[in-house]
Design a protein. Structure first.
Length: 331
């Protein structure tokens, strides 16, 4: 009876464990119920099932410990993941805020770029235009600086010119400008200065003459005598001036007469040539030309007019032709 009670108790525990873990199934022998006493095989089967169930329970318990450890680890990871999730939520919120800020900044920068671009097609074109304008402004600034420097130099030159004009005796620059002369006038003045310099040199050389130096060192002459000599010198100068004027007038007259004489001589030359030619023709025609030969063959030439003349001349006292012929003015 006790064996059966133990058997039933073991069978119930095995069934409970099997039902709890689901790892073992009781055999038909173990599961059969009856009022008969269990056999040894049944008990052995129950014990084997119980051992299997116990091993399964042990494995299950070990697995449960591992599962508990895994569960703890997972819980820790879950807590860490939750913390990370909260941190990521904060970072996501910050990221969204940063994104919104960046979007606003992008819109603001886009507006600034549009404003900076202005009417240009692109920012590069705007930069190129602004660079060109900056270069122009730089050139303008340099030009303004140069102009300011030139203005200062002009003022300094004007002050120097005013000082020079004042030293030269002019009241203002306008007076000095009005006194400016042209190139021709300056050349004429330079020529006059050269003449004055030559005259000054001549006067200085004259004053350096020993006779003049001695005369200057001599005592002053009598004024009356000098006045008388001066009067005579003026009279003599007036007479010489009158004679010079008369000579000039006479020279003009003689020059006119010389011109008339030269014209008459120019006219006389052709007339004299025509007269000479006409006279020779007349002598040839009248037989009185020197070109008519002697008729007696004396090889002399009879020439002249009115009477017979010889060439070469006959000896004194001889008459007639030297060859015994008769030389006459006619052939």
């Amino acid at each position: 009876m006790e064996a059966r009670v133990a058997y039933e108790k073991a069978r119930a525990e095995v069934a409970e464990i099997s039902a709890t873990h689901g790892d073992a199934e009781p055999s038909e022998d173990v599961g059969a119920r009856g009022d008969a006493e269990p056999s040894e095989e049944a008990v052995a089967a129950v014990l084997a099932a119980a051992e299997r169930t116990l091993r399964a329970a042990s494995d299950t318990a070990a697995a449960e410990l591992a599962l508990q450890e895994e569960t703890g680890r997972l819980a820790a990871e879950l807590a860490e993941a939750g913390e990370r999730s909260r941190s990521l939520d904060l970072e996501a919120a910050e990221t969204r805020t940063r994104r919104d800020q960046l979007a606003e900044q992008r819109e603001r920068l886009a507006a600034l770029l549009d404003e900076a671009r202005g009417g240009d097609p692109s920012l590069e074109a705007r930069l190129e235009r602004l660079a060109a304008e900056a270069a122009l402004l730089h050139d303008a600034a340099e030009a303004v600086g140069t102009s300011a420097t030139a203005e200062r130099e002009r003022e300094a030159a004007r002050a120097q010119a005013s000082s020079a004009a004042a030293e030269a005796g002019f009241a203002t620059l306008d007076d000095a400008r009005a006194a400016e002369r042209g190139a021709a006038e300056r050349e004429e003045m330079a020529e006059r200065l050269r003449r004055f310099a030559d005259e000054q040199a001549a006067v200085e050389a004259l004053l350096a003459d020993p006779e003049l130096v001695a005369a200057a060192a001599a005592s002053e002459p009598e004024l009356a005598t000098l006045e008388a000599e001066h009067g005579r010198a003026e009279q003599e100068a007036a007479d010489r001036t009158s004679a010079r004027d008369h000579a000039r007038s006479r020279l003009g007259q003689l020059t006119g007469l010389a011109a008339e004489l030269e014209g008459a001589h120019r006219r006389y030359g052709p007339a004299a040539e025509r007269h000479r030619l006409a006279r020779r023709l007349a002598e040839l025609a009248g037989g009185t030309s020197a070109d008519n030969p002697c008729t007696s063959g004396c090889r002399r030439t009879c020439w002249g007019s009115g009477s017979a003349r010889w060439w070469p001349p006959r000896t004194t006292g001889s008459t007639g032709c030297p060859a015994g012929g008769t030389c006459s003015s006619t052939t």
